[in-house]
Design a protein around this ligand. Sequence first.
Ligand SMILES: Cc1cc2nc3c(=O)[nH]c(=O)nc-3n(C[C@H](O)[C@H](O)[C@H](O)COP(=O)(O)OP(=O)(O)OC[C@H]3O[C@@H](n4cnc5c(N)ncnc54)[C@H](O)[C@@H]3O)c2cc1C
Length: 308
Amino acid sequence: MGISRNILLWASDSPWMRLHVPKWKFVKKAIKKFMPGENAEDALAAAKKFQADSIPAVFTHLGENLQHLSEGLEVRDHYLELIDKIAEQKLDVEISLKLTQLGFDSSFEVTYERFKDITFKVREKLGNMIWIDMEGSNYTEKTLFFYKKIKSEFDNVGLCIQAYLHRTEKDLKDLMSIDGHIRLVKGAYREPADIAFNFKNYVDRNFLHLSKELLKIKSQKNIRVAFATHDEKICEQILRDAKHYSIPRNQVEFQMLYGIKSGYQKELAKKGYKVRVLISYGDFWYPWYMRRLAERPANVWFVLKNIF
Ligand SMILES: Cc1cc2nc3c(=O)[nH]c(=O)nc-3n(C[C@H](O)[C@H](O)[C@H](O)COP(=O)(O)OP(=O)(O)OC[C@H]3O[C@@H](n4cnc5c(N)ncnc54)[C@H](O)[C@@H]3O)c2cc1C
C-alpha cells in the first residue's frame, strides 16, 4: 500500500483534520468534482440528469459514527422524507447507507429498528432495494450478522463485501446460503496485512476471482449482483465472463461514483449494461472525501490547483 494512500487514510480519521479541513474554501471547491451539492435537492436534480442517459442512481447521505444514539433518529427521518421525494419525482433511485449512521456503535437493536423502518418504506413506496455499506473490518462480523437477520425479514436488502479482506471468499459462500444480494467493491479503509491484502495487484486478482464466482452463482440463482468499480480492465473481464455464463446484458450491473469515469458509465449504459451512479450528498463529507483522495492520490493535485 502506497505511503500517500496511508497518509490520506490516516488523515480521514484525524479529529483535528475532521474539524478544520471542511472549512477551507479550496477544499470545498474541489469536492464539487465528487458530489453535486450538500442537499438532497442537489442529488435529486443530478439523478434526473443521469436518468435521461438511462443511468439510475443510488443515494448516500454522508455521515458515519454518531456522537449520540439520538442523532440516528434524524438520519432515519431524513431517509424517510427522501423516499417521499424520490417517489414524487418518479426517479429510479435506491438508497445505500452505513449502519454507523443509524447508531451501530451504540446499539444493534436500535439500529435494526431504524433500518427496518427505512427498508419497509423503500419496499412499499419505491419497490426497490436498499444497500448496506461495508465499513472498517471491526464492523465486518457484526454487519454480516445484521444483514442475515434483516434478509430473513426483507428480501429487498443488499450488502457490500470487500475484495481486499482475506475472509471475503468464505463470507460470500455463507451469504449465498441465504441468497444474499451483493455489491462487490475493492475496499476503502486502512486495514492491517493479517486481515487484508496489502498490494493492489492481489486485491485486483481477488476482485476478479470473486466476480467470477458471483457471475457463476448469478447464472443459477435469482440474486442481484453489482460490481462497484471504475477499473475498466476488470469491468471488461466481467463482461467477457458474463457472456461465458450467458448472463444477459441488462443483468450485468456496475455501480460507479458520481464524477468518476462518467464517459465509461455512459458507454456501458448505451451498450445495454446496467449502470447505477452513486451520488453522495450532505455536509459531513470530510472522511468520505479523504477516502476518495486515497483511492487516487493524483486527485490531491486537483485540490491543490484550486488554491490558485
Ligand atoms: C458504488 C460504490 C459503492 C462503494 N461502497 C463501498 C463500501 O460500502 N465499502 C467500501 O469499503 N468501499 C466502497 N466503495 C469504494 C471501493 O472500495 C473503492 O475504494 C473504490 O471504488 C475505488 O476502487 P476501484 O475499484 O474503482 O479501483 P481502483 O483500482 O482504485 O481504480 C481504478 C481506476 O478508477 C479510477 N478511480 C478510482 N477511484 C478514483 C477516485 N477516487 N478519483 C478518480 N479516479 C478514480 C482511476 O482511473 C483508477 O485508475 C464503493 C465504491 C462504489 C463505486
